[in-house]
Design a protein around this ligand. Sequence first.
Ligand SMILES: Cc1cc2nc3c(=O)[nH]c(=O)nc-3n(C[C@H](O)[C@H](O)[C@H](O)COP(=O)(O)OP(=O)(O)OC[C@H]3O[C@@H](n4cnc5c(N)ncnc54)[C@H](O)[C@@H]3O)c2cc1C
Length: 372
Amino acid sequence: MKHFKKLINVDKEKRLFTAEGGIMISELNELLRDRGYALSVLGSISELTLAGVICTGTHGTGIQFGNLASSVTEIELMTSDGEIRTLSKEADGDVFRAAAVSLGCLGVILKVTAKCEEAFNLKQNSYGANIKDLLENLDVHLKASDHFRFMWYPHTDQCVTFHTRRTQEAVRRSHSWFWDYLIGFYLLEFLLWISTWFKGFVPLINRTYSRINSKPSEFIDVSYKVFNFNCLFRQYVMEWAIPIEKTQLALFELKNWIGNSGFEAHSPVEVRFVRGDDMLLSPANGRDVCYVNIIMYRPYNKLVAHAEYWEAFKQIMLRNDGRPHWAKDHLMTAKELRPLYPKWDTFCRIRQKMDPKGMFMNENLKNTLSYS
Ligand SMILES: Cc1cc2nc3c(=O)[nH]c(=O)nc-3n(C[C@H](O)[C@H](O)[C@H](O)COP(=O)(O)OP(=O)(O)OC[C@H]3O[C@@H](n4cnc5c(N)ncnc54)[C@H](O)[C@@H]3O)c2cc1C
C-alpha cells in the first residue's frame, strides 16, 4: 500500500477529504494543513497509515470526539473476488459499519472519505492532581476542555492532567533539551534498566517522575503537534475501553491490585475518553468509553516480565465491561470476545460472505474471530 498515498480531494463545502488508504497520517496532516484543514482528533503518533488506524479503531481523547473511524463516511474496498466496492455510511448500513473497524479482514481499503475541519491550534495545560480528587471530579474535568486525558503514576496517588483546547492564539512553545531529553528520556531509560535488577526501585522512579511532570506547563502549537507526543522507548502495552461510568471503580481496582500484589508497575497508566459509536467491532460501540492503557517499558530493548500484570488487568477490565483495543496485546479468544459485542455474529456473517475462502485471514485473526 506504500504507493497508495495520495490526498485525492478536499470538499471544502462538506468538510470532507478523500485519500488513499496507504497514506501516512503524518503526511495527511501536512497536506490537509496546506489546504487549511485538519483532522479533528488524533492518537499519540501519526506514523501510521489511514487504513491501519481505521481498521483497528485507533482513538485519541475528548468525550465529544469518536475514534478516527467514526469520522469516515465512505470506504472504497477491494474484496477477495477482485471487485472494487464503495461502501457509504448512508447507504450500506451494517456492511459499512463492519468495514469501518474491520481488523483488515473484509478486503483491502483503497480509498477513504472522512470528515475534517478548518485547521486549528491547540493550547495544552498540564498540571498535577491527586487521583482521588481527580476521579471524584471527573465530570468537571471532562467538560473543562475539548481533549482531556490524564496519566496516573502507579505506586503513588499522583496524576498529571492534560487539558487541551482549541485556540485562536499563535504558536508558543519552547523545548528544553535538559528536561525533555536528558531527564525525560535518557535518564529514565537508564533508571528503568537498573530497575530490571532492583525492582524495588520502580516506585521511587514513578514518584520522582510524577513530581517532575506535575510542574504546571502551558504551550500552543498546531493541532497535530499537540495531539502527538513522544512515546519514548520500546514498550509492551495493553489498552481496554470501559463504559465511562466505570472509570473510578476500575482505576481503584487496578490501584488496589498493584498495591497488594507486589508487582512493580511502570508508569504511566494513561487514561483517555472517547465518544460512543455504532461500528460493529468498535470498542466504543454503543457507549461513551474511558480507555485505560497500561505500559511496561523495555529499556534498551530488554525483555521485562509482565504476564502477571497483564492477566490481572484483563480480569479487572472484564469485570468492568471492558473491550480490548484491537491493535494492542489483549490475550482474548473469540469465545471470550463474542459476548462483549452485541453485533459480533453480524460481523462474522458479513466477513464470511465477503471473504468466503478466508483470503484476508491470518493466524491471529483466525484465533480472534474463531475461523477454521
Ligand atoms: C508508538 C505507538 C503509539 C500508538 N498510539 C495509539 C493511540 O494513541 N491510540 C490508539 O488507538 N492506538 C495507538 N497505537 C496503535 C496504532 O494506532 C495501531 O497499531 C494502528 O493500527 C497502526 O497503524 P498501521 O498503519 O501501522 O497499521 P498496521 O499495523 O499495518 O495494520 C493494522 C491493521 O489494519 C489492517 N490494514 C492496514 N492497511 C490496510 C488496508 N489498506 N486495507 C485493509 N486493511 C488494512 C491490517 O491488516 C491490520 O489488521 C499506537 C501504536 C504505536 C506503535
